[in-house]
Design a binder for this molecule. Structure first.
Ligand code: PBG
Length: 328
């Protein structure tokens, strides 16, 4: 008989043999910034998450700093949208100004500002690239993504995270960053990003639902695992420093494969729909939110994630600080 219970006898012994931990310094917290003043607009489908105008953003940043979360991932809700997603790459775009605010304030000096690079929040049609005759164009979109990345870096972003899923975008962004004096800025690429229904609540939060059709011609087919390796390899060859698997929970096999195959840090994006499901069930009293969240996060670590991008970050940071790591 294998007596595996010997090492489960007490919290201390279990703690000593515990293989994985959720750490605050590996959490990335997504933040939505919007035009306007005095806005802290709750997102209905994401309880606890708000869109912040720049004058109210410091409140949220204070919480992030107090929780010792090292990084925020910024998403913008612009004043206007157009066919070319101009708001993504104009000098005074909403995310550019949010980054400048963060970088000009000594209180947030250590905070890593990561800019999501995509057009969907900024295009009138809601697609992640330029559209012609109902088709999302690939190569024509690349210069705009590169321009957006450079303008975020120019505003002071510490890292850029392309989420558009156009082919070749990492290479173009790397080239543009290098040419403009930003060879030191890392690219965290959404490499294995699936055409998932789990992004529903995010699209409410970012007002970025596609106006026609869906994203299946550029985001990955949810049934494909082998292809995810090709996506990740392509992004690494083009210069990605960190690769993201997204969503996280229904895609742990992808995280696992990524961590076995590539010697770069893997980030898991625990997306809006995953967050919303947990929140809804917790509000009904059907699950223990703290235990469920910590179990999900350590599960992602076990699968092979290094960093975790999650809307639970503020709560989780508090729970990790508790004795016994929030019950883990
Ligand atoms: C933009 C983008 C999306 C998410 C991150 N960046 C939405 C999408 O692809 O439609 C989803 C994040 C989430 O659901 O939490 N392309």
């Amino acid at each position: 008989m294998e007596r595996l219970r010997r090492l489960r006898v007490s919290p201390a012994v279990r703690g000593m043999v515990k293989e994985n931990h959720v750490r605050v310094d590996e959490l990335i917290y997504p933040v939505f910034v919007t035009e306007g003043q005095d806005i802290c607009h709750p997102v209905d489908s994401m309880p606890g998450i708000c869109q912040y105008s720049l004058d109210r953003l410091p409140e949220e940043l204070e919480r992030v700093m107090a929780a010792r979360i090292p990084a925020v991932l910024l998403f913008g809700i612009p004043e206007y949208k157009d066919e070319r997603g101009s708001g993504a790459y104009e000098k005074d775009g909403i995310v550019q100004r949010a980054i400048r605010l963060i970088k000009s304030d000594a209180r947030y000096k250590s905070l890593i500002a990561i800019a999501d690079v995509c057009l969907c929040e900024y295009t009138s049609h809601g697609h992640c690239g330029l559209v012609k005759d109902g088709v999302v164009l690939n190569d024509e979109t690349l210069p705009l993504l590169a321009r957006a990345a450079v303008s975020y870096a120019d505003a002071g972003a510490d890292m850029v995270a392309p989420s558009d899923m156009m082919d070749g975008r990492v290479g173009k962004i790397r080239e543009a960053l290098d040419e403009n004096g930003f060879s030191h800025i890392p690219i965290m690429a959404y490499s294995a990003k699936f055409a998932s229904a789990f992004y529903g609540p995010f699209r409410d939060a970012a007002h970025s639902a596609p106006g026609f059709g869906d994203r299946k011609t550029y985001q990955m087919d949810v049934a494909n695992g082998r292809e995810a390796l090709r996506e990740m390899k392509a992004d690494l060859l083009e210069g990605a420093d960190i690769i993201i698997a997204k969503p996280a929970m229904a895609y742990m096999d992808i995280i696992r494969e990524a961590s076995y195959n590539f010697n770069v840090p893997i980030a898991a994006y625990n997306v809006s729909g995953e967050y919303a499901m947990v929140k809804a069930a917790a509000q009904k009293g059907w699950i223990d939110e703290k235990k469920i969240v910590m179990e999900i996060l350590v599960g992602l670590k076990r699968a092979g994630a290094k960093m975790i991008i999650t809307y639970h970050a503020l709560d989780a940071a508090g729970w990790i600080g508790e004795e016994g790591h929030g019950g883990l």
